[in-house]
Design a protein around this ligand. Sequence first.
Ligand SMILES: [Mg+2]
Length: 183
Amino acid sequence: MKNVLYDLLERNQNNAVFFDMDGVIAVYEHEAYKWGPFGAKPLFAMQEMHYFLNVDRDERAYHMLKICCSAGVPTYLLSKADPSLPWVREDKLLWAKHFVPEIPEDHIIIADSDKAETIMVKHQISELKPNMILIDDFNANLQDWRSAGGTAVKYLNGLNSKDSWNGYWVDRLQIPVPGTLYA
Ligand SMILES: [Mg+2]
């Protein structure tokens, strides 16, 4: 089945792929970000809940990531964590190491702020290269990445829409899940 990411990887040389976590490799749950009654914090912001330790993996996005890894493409996880919630960073790292063991620890990047900026600083470059591909579900991240020179692919996770984005996209339903009959 057609998949823009695989097409891009075939067309370009020396690619690197950066997978977002929340809403891509990790299932996004809208409920977890809603404020509760009587001003109760959203689930994700309650330290005692360690929300990010227990999120479900998106098996389709994970399958796509494994294909990148087995093709020998340098593959990264790139997620943001609010620095005012310091345990989130640690929880995301632990989750990634457990649920995405294909990714070496130095390829798990938890950014404090802008993703494109974080990668440019880390790689000591002033602009991203077109063969640096971000897979993300959030338009603002995709736009920043593309403005910085990278290639951005929107992941349609069933909650967001391609209508708000004029660029590459992959629908999760285009990715077959191994072991299922109707993929
Ligand atoms: Mg996301």
